[in-house]
Each structure stands twice: as structure tokens, then as C-alpha cells.
Design a protein around this ligand. Sequence first.
Ligand code: AHG
Ligand code: MN
Ligand code: MN
Length: 338
Amino acid sequence: MSRPLGITVSRHILDNQHLHPTATGDLSGLLIELIVAAKTINAEVNMAGLADILGMSGKTNIQGEMVQKLDDLANNTIKRRMARCGYICIMTSEEEEGVIPVVPGYEGKYTLAFDPLDGSSNIDVNVSIGTIFSIHRRRTQDGPGAISDLLLPGREQVAAGYIIYGSSTMLVFATGQGVQGFTLDPSVGEFYLSHPDIRIPEKSKYFSVNEGNTLYWEENMRRYVDYLKEEDKATDRPYSGRYIGSLVADFHRNLISGGIFLYPKDRKDPGKPGGKLRLLYEAAPLAFIVEEAGGRAITGDGREIRDVAPESLHQRVPLIIGSRHDVDMAEAFLLGRR
Ligand code: AHG
Ligand code: MN
Ligand code: MN
């Protein structure tokens, strides 16, 4: 079978570099390095179930260590590669308490925040998981980056994206010129452009929320979900519930088919009054992508996700994200206007 002459992600990145008038190729280089790390993680994710079942140690990494837990392995894969890519000056990861420096002498003008493996509690049941990344331009001039180079509002992101390790492995990212989706051909090891200029449907009939938390929600949140469950053909109600428990998988489905995802603040865990999801490497990058695709992302208390000024690396934030009409409606309920 002759393979279609697909556009590889490297070709797409290089062909579109001219759209950024000040392009130096550094952002392209950063993305290409990140994609190599993602392919490595993809190979390990596909192996993980096997290793678990057969008790295999799986591969050993370059330090001769046995394969670690997948979160740690994904984290180390990205850290090691990006620490010496030459395009970033500092990193932060969900798996590390503090900032992650780059190798001295390899400092670049960008910063990287990432969730190396999102939804990792689902790996043992073979449910889609993912990697999420967010890229900012540093504010400090040179040398090692500072934490202030990471604590920037999502509005200032220069790029954001995710890889979803699902029935097929896809890379979805935006650099300010719309949202592009690529599918991995594992036999070639190349990502090919499969979903050019993704637009999220304006309105949907799917909602994604963990209803096990209903008891802990504020009254307005309960009223909104009850509204979605009422019958009214004119407004496609009742909506269908879809909740995978991997943010990347729930978000990706909504991006392609339309939908609203909600992880609001709840009273379930006093340690997490502001919701469960993290701003820097979960909410902000997905907010960048959804806005580039015509959707919207809010906190539910009157703020856009991309306007929230981070105060700490692992700051949590309530997240309501998806089709614009649905997010507008949710916000009206949450602010008591309906
Ligand atoms: P992570 O695996 O990176 O910690 O993220 C898990 C998150 C997110 O993927 C998902 O939307 C959410 O946890 C599910 O939380 P609940 O199990 O509380 O619904
Ligand atoms: Mn996560
Ligand atoms: Mn994670």
C-alpha cells in the first residue's frame, strides 16, 4: 500500500516558521526536541502494561536503572532531553517540587512547564493518558532562569500542546496560528498532520464532570448540572455524560466533538479548596489551545483561566473549559445570573 505523502510535524513547523516575524528557529527547535521525548514516552507507555503483567523489568534507562514508575519515567525522559536542548532556561514539572534548572551553558530564551503523564491512574486499566506542555518566553535577560520566568499568566504563552497516548497517539499544539493535530504512524515513527486547523464546535451536548463530587459542590454548580439533565429538545437537553478521568482524553474528545469539561472547586479536600487541577501545566496550556480553537476556559468565579496570575508552581485552579456557548452558560449559573 503506497503511503499518503503526509506532512510531517517537522515539515509543518518549518513551513510555518515564517508566520512568526521574529522567528529565530528556537521555538521550532524546542518543539522538535519535545516531540522526540514524546515518542520515547509513547514507546514506554505501550510497553508499560506488558512490563507490569510479565513482571519484566522492561528496558533499563541510560543510568542502568530498572524502568521506573511511568510518571517518573516520563518526567525523567522530558527533563533529560530538555535540560540540554539549548532553547529553555528553566522548567517545572508536576512531578518535582521545585524548579528544574537546565545544564549550565545550555540556557535558551523560553521556559517549559509540563505534566509528564496526565491521567496516570488510568494506565493500569488501559485508558488513554497524556503529556501536557506550556511554553513561555523568559522575562529575565540571560543565565539560569528564575521562578519568575515560570509564574506568568497563560495569556503570555507562546505555545502549548499535549500528546494523547490513546487508540492512536496524537500530538495537538498551538503557537498562535490555530490548533494543529498530528497522528503518529508507529511503523515510521513520524507524526503526520491529520487534523489541520481544529475548531471546537460552538455548542455541544456532552458534559464531562466527576459527579461523585456532587455533594461537595456549591449550589450553583449543582443547579447547572441539573439543568443539563432536564429534557428540552430545543437545547439538546438532556446532555450526555462522558467522563474518562484523564483530563487530556476528556479535553481532546470535547475539542473534536464539542463539549464542556468541569473540575470546579469543591469542599471534598480541605487541602484543595481551589479545585484539583494545576494552573501552570494543566489548565493554562489547555486554555490556550481551546481559545485558539474558538472555545473558552474560565475559573467559574469571573476570571478567564489565561488571566490568572500564578503565585506558585503547583497552584490549583477550578477549570471549566470547552465549547464557548456551553462555558458561557455554565458561567451564568456559577455566577448566579441564571
Ligand atoms: P494527573 O494524573 O496528572 O495527576 O492528573 C489527573 C487529573 C486529570 O487527569 C483528571 O481530569 C483528574 O485528575 C481526575 O480527577 P478525579 O479522579 O478526582 O475525577
Ligand atoms: Mn494531570
Ligand atoms: Mn501527571
